[in-house]
Design a protein around this ligand. Structure first.
Ligand code: NZQ
Ligand code: ZN
Length: 390
């Protein structure tokens, strides 16, 4: 096992009716800015419930709606202006990954005095934490299980044609309310996206090379098997509480640092996927469904041991040569994504050879020229993966 630091301070309140804790969680005298997306939380009543709970103490409450999927810098800067003008001292994100990520940016940018007028620089630090020493505290009420943003300190912000990471130890949410019932109104495709995103977060930290990390491996396999068990069920039957509850908890656990501690991590599928979203507007999870099988086909040698372990422990594939077992596991994974209604080819998203070159240029521009757990995915290898996915 590799050395690691594990730090995660987020208080999780899981289950039916946990919204009633809100009044105890947000400081009673806070100036709160509620952030939300394009209006789903107005339609399904979640925002109204949040406001009722906050009104139980003498807080000042402001609202900022309109944070779009793949949150955009100019939109977030409008929220920063509100937060500065009203001297907001608590942010409450009510929504999915985009709202939570956007709120993390707002939390940093509002108080980053050294960056006033050039807040876009907060997003240019690649994988290093943003160089700030504080952020406004954040809480979240999660309405879409997918990203794990509710229990990690990272976010992704769209800046023109770039999707850039923002993270800082100051942006772990203080608390997150995870009531599976708040997710019942999601369209089936968003639930399917959530299953795939959680699945691929897990494999980015698991299908690398073995380091004898038994707990991390077994926990990853548990998450993957649970997602396989409940994935289709929770897409087809959105109000099956237990199926949805399992998806919600798997999503959080897949990206809160637990399974990634002490093991090599890949993330090349995500990095190539972010270029696809930025350039072609493909939903985040759908980029991952296209790239995962293709990545494994191209990287079968480098990932051989873990692919075989995945075949055996997640899919019970024990028969055949090593290559046959790996092929069967990749095929099972594709079938699983298809069963959720998610496509797995670039051509399903109308991306052709010219599109591949645009993605490669994006990777080059962002310095993504030595990806993966081994740092050996050059632009040429990324091109091969994309060609495999055509
Ligand atoms: O905007 P509204 O009207 O709220 O509608 C949203 C949005 O259109 C809708 N929705 C959310 N909850 C709903 C609902 N509709 C009905 N009922 C509900 N209960 O769902 C749509 C998609 O929402 P979004 O937040 O964009 O989806 P998701 O949670 O998948 O987040 C995607 C973003 O997260 C980033 C992605 O890159 C992308 O920008 N990621 C963040 C990560 C992190 N912070 O650690 C890691 C991920 O790998 C990912 O990169
Ligand atoms: Zn993801």
């Amino acid at each position: 096992m590799l050395n690691f630091n594990f730090y995660n301070p987020t208080n999780i309140l899981f289950g039916k009716g946990q919204m009633s804790e809100l009044d105890n969680l947000v400081p009673k005298d806070a100036k709160v800015l509620i952030t939300y997306g394009g209006g789903s939380v107005i339609k399904n009543g979640v925002l109204a419930n949040v406001k009722t709970e906050l009104a139980k103490s003498s807080r000042e409450v402001f609202e900022f709606g309109g944070i779009e999927p793949n949150p955009k810098f100019p939109t977030l800067m409008k929220a920063v202006e509100v937060a500065r003008a009203e001297k907001v001292d608590f942010l409450l994100a009510v929504g999915g990954g985009s709202v939570m990520d956007g709120t993390k940016f707002i939390a940093i940018a509002t108080v980053a005095d050294d960056f006033v007028g050039r807040e876009e620089k907060l997003m240019t630090y690649g994988f290093a934490p943003v160089p700030v020493s504080s952020a406004i505290p954040i809480g979240t009420v999660v309405t879409l299980p997918a990203t794990g943003s509710e229990m990690n300190c990272g976010g992704v912000v769209t800046y023109g044609e770039d999707k850039l990471p923002v993270f800082s130890p100051y942006t772990y949410p203080k608390f997150s309310i995870l009531d599976p019932e708040l997710t019942y109104t999601l369209p089936a495709i968003q639930v399917a996206n959530g299953v795939v995103d959680s699945f691929v977060h897990t494999v980015e930290q698991y299908i690398t090379y073995p380091v004898k990390a038994g707990f991390q491996d077994r926990t990853s396999e548990g998450i993957l098997q649970t997602l396989v068990e409940v994935g289709k069920q929770t897409v087809d039957d959105p109000t099956d509480y237990d199926a949805r509850a399992n998806l919600v908890w798997c999503s959080t656990m897949a990206l809160n640092g637990l399974i990634g501690a002490g093991v090599p991590q890949d993330w090349s599928i995500h990095m190539i996927g972010h270029e696809m979203t930025a350039l072609f507007g493909v939903d985040h999870a759908q980029t991952l469904a296209v790239l995962t099988p293709a990545m494994w086909r191209i990287r079968r040698k480098q990932k051989k041991e873990k692919l075989l372990q995945y075949a055996e422990r997640v899919w019970n594939i024990n028969a055949g040569s090593e290559d046959e077992r790996i092929d069967a596991a990749i095929h099972k994974t594709e079938e699983f994504f298809h069963s959720l209604g998610i496509k797995t080819r670039l051509s399903d998203h109308a991306i052709d050879a010219t599109g591949i070159e645009r993605i490669i240029r994006g990777l080059e521009k962002h310095g993504m020229v030595a990806l993966s757990e081994r740092g050996d995915i050059t632009l040429d290898v990324s091109r091969k993966v994309l060609q495999e996915a055509l």
